[in-house]
Ligand binder design. Structure first.
Ligand code: CMC
Length: 434
């Protein structure tokens, strides 16, 4: 990044010393944190730095992948609005776009789909790892562990500076995630694994591995396959969120992408991030009836709990993904029947959007508010909801990881701290301690 116009500078006066400093203003409203280091009272001082818990006002990187305009409720992958991609594209085409920056030609897309399809199988030894889990192990715990284990099957993945090696692992990860997820689900159910069917589309194959029983025909209704593909498109990337930041931070140590993805998945698992869709469903079940909404809202207002699926660090308007999901829900419910929890969700949204507590804080439904209702209607168990987020987000994590590896400005992530602990003191033997 560099300032182009000489007027793009900021003058800072240090009132402690009376000294003035000029720092560049980049991209309209960004200053480099390192430029503040020159501000010091004494020559030996470390110099000034910024304090920003939760990175609420820190740009950790430059990026060309995804743009979220939070105030306007806009989400674009490589410049293309999410609404157009959800309507006109497919998940694998969106993967290609996110990874390469441009919509693929037909030949490029066929080649990409072919490569992903050829890598859906996992090494049989992974099944032994899955066998080690208890029958009621959470699917995300199994996924995190098996993805990490994949790194041991592909030791060449350590060569993160080799573009061809990188691309091979990217294809492997996108291809194998649905297989690992389906195997985790079948383990939980005590059902035999269904191996990938390379004649099916990405979403069809996933549904087939999850739900096929015996040798009979299983063809998921096209409306459900399409709805799942749309949900995958909506979850593919979301710039520098918690798990993507984890991916970049872990990847900055130059570890292989399988290990980094395991870390990103762990970050996603939490209820404030990708675990929110599961938390929303559990919340709706707990509320149980629209009659109980006033009491629930009162507890939210008192700060005793959060309305899960509401609020976002970046969106201060309706999350555009929630709008698309709400519409897709109708197509799914036409096939599966209406999810009875929808009435509670709709009423919660109506009440919340009128409540001063939510209006004042700009809290709107986010992507997780309605997605769980669709997943549940489609037959997915609640424990699989965060996994359904992780599968498509894999491409976002990988694209951001590759961008970071190629970015010459990036270094190993190593923030500073403001130390507030004890000053130096001498060790006291255990018998002399008070
Ligand atoms: N219910 C009730 N109050 C809330 C909520 C909520 N869902 N979200 C934020 N607030 C309040 C919060 O208590 C705070 O109030 P006050 O100013 O009085 O202290 C204010 O709004 C600002 O909240 P914050 O926690 O400082 O905001 P944040 O940007 O740090 O957190 C968030 C963003 C998404 C973690 C938060 O809104 C939240 O916990 N939402 C519920 C969990 C959720 O739905 N997560 C999914 C996020 S979208 C998909 C994803 O990224 O995975």
């Amino acid at each position: 990044m560099s300032a182009t116009d000489p007027r793009d500078t900021l003058t800072i006066t240090d009132n402690r010393t009376g000294r003035r400093y000029e720092v560049d203003v980049l991209d309209g409203d960004v200053v480099r944190a390192i430029d503040l280091r020159q501000i010091r009272v004494n020559d030996g001082d470390f110099g000034m730095m910024t304090y920003d818990p939760g990175f609420t006002n820190t740009a950790f990187t430059t990026s060309r992948i995804t743009d979220v305009k939070g105030g306007q409720g806009v989400l674009e992958y490589r410049g293309y609005p999410i609404e157009q991609l959800a309507e006109k594209s497919t998940f694998l085409e969106v993967c290609s776009l996110i990874l390469d920056g441009e919509l693929p030609t037909r030949t490029e897309l066929d080649d990409f789909v072919g490569r992903v399809t050829r890598h859906t199988y996992v090494h049989n030894n992974l099944l032994t790892i899955l066998q080690g889990f208890r029958y009621d192990a959470h699917a995300m715990g199994m996924m995190i562990s098996t993805v990490a284990a994949l790194s041991t099957f592909y030791p060449e993945a350590k060569r993160v500076d080799d573009p061809e090696v990188r691309r091979a692992q990217i294809v492997r990860l996108i291809a194998k995630m649905p297989t690992l997820a389906a195997f985790a689900y079948r383990h939980h159910k005590g059902l035999p694994y269904v191996y990938p069917d390379n004649g099916l589309s990405y979403a069809e194959n996933f549904l087939n591995m999850l739900f096929r029983i015996g040798g009979g025909d299983y063809t998921p209704p096209p409306a459900l396959t399409r709805a799942l593909d749309i949900l995958f498109i909506l979850h593919a990337d979301h710039e520098q969120n918690c798990s993507t930041t984890a991916m970049r931070v872990i990847g900055s140590s130059r570890v292989d992408p399988f290990s980094a993805i395991a870390g990103a998945m762990a970050a996603l698992y939490g209820p404030l991030h990708g675990g929110a869709n599961e938390a929303v469903l559990r919340m709706l079940v707990e509320i149980g009836s629209t009659d109980n909404i006033p009491a629930f809202m009162e507890s939210v207002r008192r700060g005793e709990r959060r309305l899960m699926g509401f609020g976002h660090r970046v969106y201060k308007a309706y999350d555009p993904r929630a709008t698309i999901i709400k519409r897709a829900a109708d197509d799914v419910f036409a096939v599966t029947g209406r999810n009875p929890l929808l009435d509670i969700a709709l009423e919660l949204e109506k009440v919340a959007l009128q409540e001063e507590y939510f209006v004042k804080r700009n809290l709107y439904p986010n992507v997780d508010f309605y997605s769980g209702l669709i997943y549940q209607a489609m037959g997915f168990p609640v424990e699989l909801f965060p996994v359904l987020f992780a599968i498509p987000r894999t491409v976002g994590w990988l694209a951001q990881w590759e961008e970071m590896i190629q970015d010459r400005e990036q270094k190993i992530a190593r923030p500073r701290q403001v130390f507030r602990g004890s000053p130096r003191r001498d060790f006291v033997g255990i018998d002399e301690r008070g």
